[in-house]
Each structure stands twice: as C-alpha cells, then as structure tokens.
Write a protein of this length. Structure first.
Ligand code: NDP
Length: 240
C-alpha cells in the first residue's frame, strides 16, 4: 500500500512542487489550502491530487479536516507543514494583528497540523514530520520580526519532536529554503529581485522543485537516521 502524505498549502508555490514530487515518488497525496479555490481547482485538474480546505490556524478545523483525509485516503504517514504567510513591517510599525496572524498560521499552524496525527504515528511506529522553515528563521530579517520568530520556532519544534518521536519510528526535520522563484518572489520589482540574486553565491533563485526533492528524501526510508535536522537549501547564502 502506498504511504499517505499530507502537504499543507500544497496547491501553490513550493507546496505545489512538494505535492507533485511526493506523488511522483509513489505516495498517495492530499494537498490542503486556505482559501484560494481557483488555484486549488486548477491544481487538482492538472495533477489529480485531492485537495482539502481549512485554515491551519484553527485547531478544531485542522483536526476535523485531517480526520476526513484519513477517512478518505488512510492513515497519514508523512505530514509536510508548509503553509505560511508573511505580514511584513518594520518592528516599530508592526501591529499586534500582524504579529498574531503570522504566529497563528506559521507557528501554531504547525502544532495544529502535527498534533492530531501524532498519536496515530506513535501507534503505527512510523511517521515523517517535515516543516518548511526559512533562511530568515536562521538569520532574522529586517521587517520580519513576526515571520522570523515563527520560522525559528519551527526549528525548536522539530528538534523537540525528534526526541519525542525517535523511539516510535518517527522523524521530524526542517528545511530552510533561501529565496525561491515562487509567485511571491517573482512579483517583486526586477531591480529588487536582482539585488536579492546578487547576494546569492549560486547566482540565481532556487526552484520549488529543489525544495521538493529535499522533502522526498526526508520522507524516504533512506532518511531514517536523519532526525531533528535542518536542511539549508539556499545557494550558499551564509549568514553568520
Ligand atoms: P505561497 O504563498 O505561494 O503559498 C502558500 C500556500 O499556503 C497556499 O497554498 C495557501 O493557500 C496556503 N495557506 C496560507 N495560509 C493558510 C492557512 N491559514 N491555512 C491553510 N493554508 C494556508 O507560499 P510559498 O510557496 O512561497 O511558501 C511556502 C512555504 O515556504 C511557507 O511556509 C514559506 O514561509 C516558506 N518559504 C518560502 C520562501 C520563498 O522564497 N518563497 C523562502 C523560505 C521559506 P491559498 O492558496 O488558499 O492561499
């Protein structure tokens, strides 16, 4: 039986590439999204991958949605917490709402996604938790106090989950992408994009598929001893 993989925010951007790569690797995939029905429909039409809509920021909705996925497809073996948002502002202008929305989606959203499936993974003695963090969680970023806090928090989550899950055959790891050529990054003015690229030693943006391939590795049986780790996929953009 094919293993079941769930990707939050799996219909667009990096998540879309992850969903497709996991399907190509033989998983039965469920992709979730938050509100963009049009993008989700286009994605399902193109890929045949089942989509589910709920907000990762809502625990009850996540629990109910995850139970529906398991009823439809079987127990979730691989959970990829990818859904994320930005609400950037310099700290002195950042509103409590901007802070809270990002915390609720990017950090509490990971708890809400993993917590309901964790007991099943423990019982079945197998699980893969993969969280998409960010280079900005490793180094901080001007205008992203909220976002960087959540992405640094992701690293604490996986290191702790790794220790709790290890004896149950569960691994938990993070991937920290650098700048990836998604709609969000391609939408910034060309001059700004050129300035970003000039800071990447590899001389280009990353591709969503390059993050997806890291996910496929972490989900695989080849990665059984990789636990509590962070893969930095950023084109040598060091930050110390
Ligand atoms: P996109 O904005 O392209 O896609 C985000 C996805 O997350 C969409 O499917 C969206 O659903 C979903 N989503 C957003 N909020 C919620 C919510 N509350 N509940 C459920 N789903 C939600 O993002 P990217 O592909 O650029 O980013 C994916 C991840 O990678 C994020 O965690 C991001 O922080 C991280 N990252 C991205 C980098 C980049 O350069 N792009 C760099 C480093 C990290 P909908 O379509 O309905 O809006």
């Amino acid at each position: 039986m094919a293993r079941v993989a769930l990707v939050t925010g799996g219909t667009r951007g990096i998540g879309e590439a992850i969903s497709k790569a996991l399907k190509a690797a033989g998983y039965t995939v469920a992709a979730t999204y938050g509100g963009n029905d049009e993008a989700a429909k286009k994605f399902t039409d193109e890929t045949g991958i089942a989509t589910y809509k709920w907000s990762v920021a809502d625990y009850a909705a996540s629990k109910e949605g995850l139970a529906k996925v398991e009823a439809d497809l079987g127990p979730i073996d691989v959970v990829v917490a990818n859904a994320g948002i930005t609400r950037d502002a310099p700290f002195h202008k950042m509103t409590p709402e901007q802070w809270q929305e990002v915390i609720d989606t990017n950090l509490t959203g990971v708890f809400n996604t993993v917590h309901p499936v964790w007991p099943g993974m423990r019982e079945r003695k197998f699980g893969r938790v993969i969280v998409i963090s960010s280079i900005n969680g490793q180094k901080g970023q001007f205008g992203q106090v909220n976002y960087a806090a959540t992405k640094a928090g992701d690293l604490g989550i996986v290191k702790s989950l790794a220790q709790e899950g290890a004896r149950f055959g569960i691994t938990a790891n993070a991937i920290c992408p650098g700048y990836i050529a998604t709609e969000m990054v391609m939408a910034v003015p060309e001059k700004v994009r050129e300035a970003i690229i000039s800071q990447i030693p590899t001389g280009r943006l990353g591709e969503p598929e390059e993050i997806a391939r890291c996910v496929v590795f972490l989900a695989s049986d080849d990665a059984t001893f990789v636990n509590g780790s962070t893969i930095s996929a950023n084109g040598a953009q060091f930050f110390v």
